[in-house]
Write a protein that binds this ligand. Structure first.
Ligand SMILES: Cc1ncc(COP(=O)(O)O)c(C=O)c1O
Length: 344
């Protein structure tokens, strides 16, 4: 897989690097603030940069204090979610997904909730917003359970004017090297909760607070989860480039929609960021594997027995058609792509 980064954007990045050298602030400087402002504006919330998507989840769960509590996590997701719950002192309880969107099932969530449930992690899998998001948010509100959104895949997805992170207390974005908006590594907590924003600022920096030039260590949980100025500078440039990345992916998805019948079908009005293009029971001649295979899933890694038939079905029946930026055949016609991908 290639990771293209066009000359025009390289130049912008180099110019920002120069500014970092001139500023003598290689960490916790203006780039981070500018990236946070731009990302916050994009998602219609406020944002705080952090080392990676896993650290973003951990910061949110630590803020919610899930010690000794259950946190419901989808079985069909990356190990990061369950591991973040464990690192925050909670117990991950695995709930099944739906076959239609691969995301958390409201019906199974209702079965798994108990008096000890403090939070639910909803993961928007594959680039679209989980189809039951609004109903899950309403259910969590009714039960007094915190809803945390894992937004590692959801960059560029919109539904009724909202993107990932807007439905619960907070969202955790990842900018890992293969994500829709890659920085190599990086993450962002998005929220409207002012106390959480302040908590993240301290949590990512060993619990340190600076007041009038004096340093105070106010909390025990913090560690080094800082996002460096160089990554933040790349984030600023990637934000400018995001529309280009998304337009490219959507144009290819439009062609794929004419080729694949058995696929994830978006509800009316939903716009996907197409982190992945997911098809079912379709033998592909070129593919990028599975969103999550058995080796990634938290409940298998944790060795926790879970009755999750839809997750097992999804694992056995889905594959992804190539939709990463730079896929060499993206410019081909629908018929040519059909022949390349299906051999027809
Ligand atoms: C759904 C999901 N959540 C969280 C993460 C963790 O993000 P990061 O690698 O930035 O820690 C990933 C993958 O990287 C992911 O796919």
């Amino acid at each position: 897989m290639v990771i293209p980064f066009e000359e025009e954007y390289r130049k912008k990045f180099y110019a920002l690097e120069e500014k970092i050298f001139e500023s003598n602030m290689w960490s916790e400087g203006q780039m981070l603030h500018d990236f946070e402002d731009k990302f916050g504006e994009y998602v219609h919330m406020q944002a705080r940069g952090i080392a990676d998507g896993g650290a973003a989840l951990l910061a949110i769960l630590s803020y919610l204090d899930v010690h000794g509590k259950d946190v419901i996590v989808p079985s069909n997701t990356f190990w990061a979610d369950a591991q973040a719950v464990r690192y925050a002192g909670g117990h991950p309880i695995f709930a099944d997904c739906n076959r239609e969107d691969l995301c958390l099932s409201l019906a199974d969530l209702k079965r798994k909730v108990t008096d000890n449930t403090k939070a639910v992690i909803l993961v928007h899998i594959g680039g679209h917003i989980a189809f039951e998001t609004e109903a899950i948010a309403a259910f969590c509100k009714e039960k007094g359970i915190y809803l945390v959104e894992d937004c590692a895949h959801v960059h560029g997805a919109w539904w009724n004017g909202k993107t990932g992170g807007n439905y619960g207390i907070a969202g955790a974005y990842s900018f890992y090297a293969t994500k829709t908006m890659p920085l190599g590594d990086g993450g962002m907590v998005v929220t409207r909760d002012k106390d959480l924003l302040k908590y993240v600022e301290e949590f990512r920096n060993y619990g340190k607070e600076v007041v009038d030039g004096h340093v105070y260590y106010r909390m025990q949980e913090g560690f080094n989860y800082r996002l460096s100025e160089f990554n933040a500078a790349l984030g600023i440039v990637q934000m400018e480039r995001l529309d280009h990345i998304l337009a490219w992916k959507r144009a290819l998805a439009k062609k794929y929609d004419q080729i694949f019948e058995n696929r994830v079908k978006l509800p009316e009005g939903m716009i996907s960021g197409y982190y992945k293009y997911i098809v079912f029971d379709t033998p592909l001649k070129q593919e990028t594997g599975q969103v999550f295979g058995p080796r990634d899933q938290g409940y298998r890694i944790a060795g926790v027995p879970a009755d999750v038939p839809n997750s097992d079905w999804v694992t056995a029946h889905h594959k992804c058609a190539p939709i990463y930026l730079g896929y060499e055949h993206a410019d081909k016609s629908v018929d040519e792509l059909r022949s390349i991908l299906l051999g027809e």
